[in-house]
Design a protein around this ligand. Structure first.
Ligand code: AMP
Length: 487
């Protein structure tokens, strides 16, 4: 099938509008295959890399097919890491924004009761990591009885992380008449047997990247002693002077050491690794995505699937011992067809890992040399200028979707018996407002959040300063949408 435009999928207006505002002009290859198949409610197995647009490939038909009126979750998406689960949740939220779809993310190391509370509300889609999804199933806090769509994202990574038995348990808990979609970069036998066991005559799609990451990205390796790597890093960053850079290390201790050195040198930097609190990891990722600083030092937790635009340089401070990880790490640069550069520091004892990488990518990484004294001296002025300048903030992906929308906070919630009908009733009584102008409503214990669409938010805000809701005056304030979506 060769579709050229999203309009050819005959999607409903709210979904089409989200696609336009996200500035997706034409469907990627994986989207061309997956969207029509899922719209026809057929199972599908997709072998493709991250960065191929696969989240929207399943997200678009899910948003299209989900029935707004149903209160229980209709789609369950499983992802291997918390970071990826959060990212997928955000992508689904953006795609479903104008259909007013509610998406919840459930993952470990985050308060169970808060997720439980969210799941008690109307929820159309749930994205989660396997362990926490099972916890919710066992506690009876996640009702899967209405799930019609199951997505298993990055199945090979789930296998690597030892989640495969948990997958069995979860899949068996989802009603049988569902549509199942499985995405994986590789297809080990265990994943194949999972497909055989749980999928109905799936369509199998292999997306070969025309211009694969390993071809698109300029790759260099430089010999260094383990001790000499910190000095080499200083020199490389001066000469390369990147706008945005990830430095990968193999251990948490190494991440800490590199971060300390760069901080001492006044680089705008931060770090992320599995030993950090989930809240801190999220903040670090969000700040990096927003472009608050240029250098992120990370272990492989940040390597997989994470979608940050415009990273111009990846440094492998250590050579990854698993060649697949190398491809994932360097794939953080050169995204969406852009070019990028990856520099790998190789200590003597790491030579054998480099050989394994060469075998895996089918070519040799070019050997480079340390920057010369002259090159460093020449680059210094520009480097120092950039290091003291505040990076340009990157607009968040959903920013265009926020246009015309104002989110209001009302200081009344479930405890004062506030219901969605009370909010809708009051709003529709305001002159110039119709139900179509009301976006997502979230009723918490003592607060309610409601989105007002079509540039009518300011007017509604003014009116509600003097108009009672459910018989009483309520405190109504505006919420900063950009900030709100980051956390
Ligand atoms: P993924 O493979 O899901 O990680 O997506 C990679 C990136 O491509 C994300 O930043 C998406 O927002 C973006 N993207 C997805 N589909 C399209 C499209 N059709 N056109 C342009 N960008 C897209």
């Amino acid at each position: 099938m060769n579709m050229r435009l999203f309009s050819e999928f005959k999607l409903s207006d709210p979904v089409q509008k989200a696609i336009e505002l996200l500035e997706f002009k034409t469907p990627t290859k994986v989207q061309q295959e997956v969207i029509p198949t899922v719209l026809n409610e057929k199972d599908i197995v997709v072998k493709s890399q991250t960065g191929s647009g696969k989240t929207a490939a399943f997200g678009i038909p899910l948003c299209e097919l989900i029935e707004w009126e149903e209160n229980k979750p209709q789609a369950l998406v499983l992802a291997p890491t918390r970071e990826l689960a959060i990212q997928v949740k955000e992508d689904l939220f953006h795609l479903g924004r104008f259909k007013r779809l509610k998406v919840a993310a459930v993952y470990g190391k985050s308060p169970f009761h808060m997720q439980e509370r969210q799941l008690k509300q109307k929820t159309h889609m749930v994205v989660g990591t396997p362990g926490r999804v099972i916890d919710h199933i066992e506690q009876g806090t996640l009702d899967l009885s209405q799930v019609k769509y199951l997505v298993i994202d990055e199945a090979d990574e789930m296998l690597n992380m030892g989640f495969i038995d948990q997958l069995d348990t979860i899949i068996s808990s989802v009603p049988e008449g569902r549509v199942t979609m499985l995405f994986s970069a590789t297809m080990p036998t265990r994943i194949e047997s999972l497909c055989e066991a749980y999928m109905k005559d799936p369509m199998i799609v292999k997306i070969e990247e025309e211009n694969s990451a390993t071809d698109r990205i300029e790759q260099v390796r430089i010999q260094a002693s383990q001790k000499g790597k910190l000095q080499l890093l200083k020199e490389i960053t001066v000469v390369e002077n990147p706008d945005s850079c990830i430095i990968f290390c193999n251990t948490q201790v190494q991440v800490d050491e590199v971060e300390e050195m760069l901080s001492d040198l006044h680089y705008g930097c931060d770090k992320i690794h599995g030993g950090m609190e989930q809240r801190d990891r999220l903040r670090v990722m969000n700040d990096f995505k927003s472009g608050f600083y240029r250098y992120l030092i990370a272990t492989d937790v940040a390597a997989r699937g994470i979608d940050v635009d415009n990273i111009s340089l990846v440094v492998n401070f250590d050579v990854p011992q698993d060649p697949e990880r190398y491809v994932h790490r360097i794939g953080r640069t050169g995204r969406k067809g852009k070019s990028g550069k990856a520099i790998t520091f190789v200590a003597h004892y790491e030579e054998r890992y480099i050989h394994a990488i060469h075998d895996y990518i089918g070519k040799e990484i070019e050997e480079g040399s340390r920057p010369s004294f002259e090159a460093i001296e020449q680059a210094k002025a520009a480097f120092e200028e950039k290091i003291f300048e505040i990076p340009e903030a990157k607009e968040s992906k959903g920013a265009q979707l926020n246009e015309g929308i104002v989110k209001l906070h009302i200081n009344a919630g479930k405890k004062t018996k506030m219901r969605a009908v009370d909010i809708v009733g009051t709003l529709c009584n305001i002159e110039g407002m119709t139900a179509d102008d009301i976006g997502i409503i979230n009723i918490m214990d003592i607060s309610t959040f409601v989105e007002i669409l079509h540039d009518k938010g300011d007017m509604v805000y003014q009116v509600l300063q003097k108009k009672p809701i459910k018989g009483r005056m309520r405190r109504v304030s505006k919420v900063d949408l950009e900030r709100d979506q980051r956390f």
